[in-house]
Design a protein around this ligand. Structure first.
Ligand SMILES: C[S@@+](CC[C@H](N)C(=O)[O-])C[C@H]1O[C@@H](n2cnc3c(N)ncnc32)[C@H](O)[C@@H]1O
Length: 323
């Protein structure tokens, strides 16, 4: 088999599995290397822009130039309705270090900023001075649920919002007001831009650059309540209020969130963890609700998009109605 041949075959099968999704959405994870045969690579498509994330793995060589070429060729032949001048960006994530400040343009013209849509919502996708294009594709099922479940209404607080994709989905799904909160200033600005891009009313969207662990107690003090509260923390965070890890502090975070929900409200809680199982996550949350003597109904478990992330186990969570 010629250089890159084995990889080309893996990419070909992965792209074939996603043909239906590619016809529905401009934003698709095309290759989830961890479970599809090459743990060094993740490939994502945002309209004409492709991002390849290369993870440096112990005991595995870095991707060779001819393998990079075969990734570009596999995209050229395997992706339907591809623009002639599609762009491929490549970001190396070295082991134990931050990746470089922006991806390298491997092919096509520089597309610093484009708009790509998913389920009819537009998102600003960036490829300059960023380490991530701005849309986490594993949450496709949650965005779809927020948009289509008909359970969303009233006031929503979206915490750890990143670029606010869940805020846009919640507004589309029926939220009257959405408050979006993140600890990163550029990210909150990006979330505002995504909101505006979709023509959502300014009065319906509020954006706070701040620490969840400072703001949730502040809201409680002010008697501010929400119909739905979204939590999606990183596995580790350091803010002004101290450090947080999903392993150690999820119960505290759930407690702060539950204090702000109206009766009948929804807690939408998700984590990214390979060490906490869905069972353990659910059990701990239920124990907390029982301790607080709160009635509840589990509406749905959360997991990563099975089309883009086959057999992935990192994302877990629950949508729970609180009595
Ligand atoms: C996993 S991402 C969230 C992804 C987002 N829910 C989405 O679907 O696009 C985690 C986000 O939490 C933010 N963050 C980390 N610690 C925080 C804190 N203490 N308070 C507020 N935001 C925080 C980070 O800036 C980052 O944008």
């Amino acid at each position: 088999m010629k250089a890159g041949g084995a990889l080309t075959e893996k990419l070909k099968s992965a792209f074939l599995l996603r043909q239906k999704r590619l016809a529905e959405s401009e934003c698709v994870r095309l290759f989830h290397g961890d479970t599809e045969g090459d743990p060094r690579l993740l490939i994502e498509k945002f309209g004409p822009v492709f991002w390849v994330f290369e993870k440096e793995r112990e005991g595995l060589p870095l991707v060779r130039p001819e393998e990079k070429e075969s990734v570009v060729n596999a995209i050229r032949v395997g992706i339907p309705q591809l623009e002639e001048d599609f762009s491929v960006y490549w970001l190396l994530r070295p082991k134990g270090k931050l990746p470089s400040d922006e991806p390298e343009l491997l092919r096509g013209k520089d597309r610093e900023e484009i708009i790509a849509s998913e389920l009819g919502i537009k998102y600003l996708i960036r490829s300059k001075k960023v380490r991530h294009p701005g849309l986490f594709l594993d949450h496709f099922p949650l965005r779809k649920w927020l948009m289509a479940s008909q359970q969303i209404r009233g006031r929503v607080l979206n915490t750890f919002s990143y670029t606010g994709s869940l805020s846009c989905a919640a507004h589309f799904g029926g939220a009257r007001e959405v408050l979006t909160l993140d600890l990163s200033k550029p990210t909150i600005e990006w979330a505002k831009e995504n909101w505006k891009l979709n023509g959502y009313p300014e009065a319906a969207g509020d954006f706070i650059f701040g620490d969840v662990f400072e703001w949730l107690p502040k809201f409680k003090k002010k008697g501010r309540q929400f119909d739905h509260l979204i939590l999606d923390p990183p596995s580790f965070s350091r803010g002004k209020s101290g450090t947080f890890s999903t392993e150690k502090n999820m119960n505290d975070l759930h407690g702060l969130a539950l204090d702000l929900l109206v009766p009948g409200g929804l807690l939408i809680s998700s984590i990214n963890s390979e060490t906490i199982s869905q069972d353990a996550f659910q059990k701990t949350l239920i124990q907390l609700l029982q301790k607080r003597k709160q009635e509840f109904e589990i509406l749905s478990p959360l997991s990563a998009d099975p089309v883009g992330f086959p057999r992935a186990t990192h994302l877990k969570g629950l949508i729970v109605r609180i009595g």
